[in-house]
Write a protein that binds this ligand. Structure first.
Ligand SMILES: NC(=O)c1ccc[n+]([C@@H]2O[C@H](COP(=O)([O-])OP(=O)(O)OC[C@H]3O[C@@H](n4cnc5c(N)ncnc54)[C@H](OP(=O)(O)O)[C@@H]3O)[C@@H](O)[C@H]2O)c1
Length: 347
């Protein structure tokens, strides 16, 4: 259902705080073919309506995630959702933080003028549409960049350690891949739940991982955590770079393995073979292996916003980019696989 707020205003000319009437044209990063960051360009698209539960956000900051990378590359599963030969929907980008400039007629919590963060459709844009249930109020003390860095990565980390890892106080937790987007949140959230955390990352990120509260940090370029003789109750595998059999010597009797990701490749079936092989190997050995797809929701975003505002967690930012024009560079940087934290894009 289209909504109309403040008739006569439009996205291009209204100030940062004014309401916007839908339909509206927005500047945005778009793609009309698959094939990596070179297939992206800054163009325009029309937001012609808001559904009842949708909100229009003027985006102040966004980020890039592996899910964006897969969608832009044209990974097989992404093509099933968005067109086999070329993308039917040109919009790209998921994470956003910004100000609400219009609301659908069934929206109950968000109001025009609220600062929010969460996930939307076509977040690499000046204006983006988001469902209210995937947004939370941005705490006043949190920057738009930090807020935009959180939704996918921090929700994934939270659901990995709390819901799938069922991390409890005193648990011994290992986070493999502790230095990218998801990993630093996983380390901090496991600590918040009272765990004793071992972080695995490359040399350049060892000090940062330690500063997040990891009791032990393993530099995977120097040492193999599977050969250190330590055992863990929960193994959060963000990097997904090891076959399950190599975990044999590091798991306690009732350990849980939470598989978050796999090395990024869009060739063939992408990360799927690793995910399926790990699940099967775990099942054959009667081990608890969980793979999940994170569900972005307002309750978890609220919690993460509070934890960030009170300083219990912080955002580890890798490189910062500025403006829609730099989004392809940000995506290319992510695709290189060693971003050293969350990539922030300020609009
Ligand atoms: N299941 C879900 O719902 C969900 C949601 C979000 C993301 N994911 C997946 O989670 C994965 C990580 O996402 P992200 O945003 O954190 O990506 P990212 O920022 O690229 O982080 C990748 C991490 O892997 C580490 N790494 C690379 N090679 C390694 C190795 N040989 N040993 C140990 N660690 C290694 C990197 O460490 P260094 O930089 O120190 O080398 C970095 O910490 C991706 O596969 C993504 O698709 C899944």
């Amino acid at each position: 259902m289209a909504v109309s707020i403040a008739p006569g205003s439009d996205g291009a000319s209204s100030s940062q705080t004014e309401p916007v009437a839908v339909p509206v044209v927005t500047r945005a990063v778009v793609h009309s073919r698959y094939g990596g960051d070179g297939s992206l360009r800054v163009g325009e698209h029309v937001i012609d309506r808001l559904e009842h539960d949708e909100v229009l956000v003027r985006v102040h900051a966004t980020s890039v995630n592996p899910a964006d990378w897969y969608g832009v590359e044209g990974f097989a599963l992404a093509r099933f959702g968005n067109g086999l030969r070329s993308p039917k929907d040109p919009r790209v980008g998921i994470d956003l933080a910004g100000r609400v400039v219009a609301v659908g007629d069934a929206v109950t919590r968000a109001r025009v003028g609220d600062d929010v963060f969460g996930t939307g459709t076509g977040a690499w844009a000046e204006l983006a549409v988001a469902r209210e249930e995937r947004l939370a109020r941005k705490p006043a003390g949190v920057s738009f960049e930090d807020a935009a860095a959180m939704p996918v990565a921090a929700i994934t980390a939270l659901q990995a350690v709390r819901d799938h890892g069922r991390v409890e106080s005193g648990a011994r937790v290992l986070v493999n891949g502790a230095s990218g987007g998801v990993g630093p949140f996983a380390v901090q959230l496991a600590r918040w739940l009272g765990a004793e955390v071992t972080a695995v990352c490359s040399t350049a990120n060892v000090e940062t991982a330690r500063s997040l509260g990891a009791r032990q940090v393993v530099d995977y370029r120097q040492e193999d955590f599977c050969a250190l003789g330590e055992r863990y109750d929960v193994l959060i595998d963000v990097a997904g770079c090891r076959p399950f059999r190599s975990f044999r010597r590091v798991l306690t009797r009732n350990a849980r393995v939470v598989l978050v990701g796999a090395p990024m490749t869009a060739a063939g079936l992408g990360p799927l073979p690793h995910l399926v092989a790990t699940k099967l190997s775990g099942a054959l050995r009667r081990r608890s292996v969980a793979f999940f797809v994170a569900k972005v929701n307002a309750t978890d975003l609220d919690l993460l916003g509070r934890l960030l505002e009170e300083g219990t967690i912080r955002v580890v930012t890798g490189r910062r980019f500025e403006g829609l024009e730099e989004v392809p560079d940000a995506l290319r940087h992510l695709g290189e696989g060693h971003a050293g934290g969350k990539i922030a894009v300020r609009l």
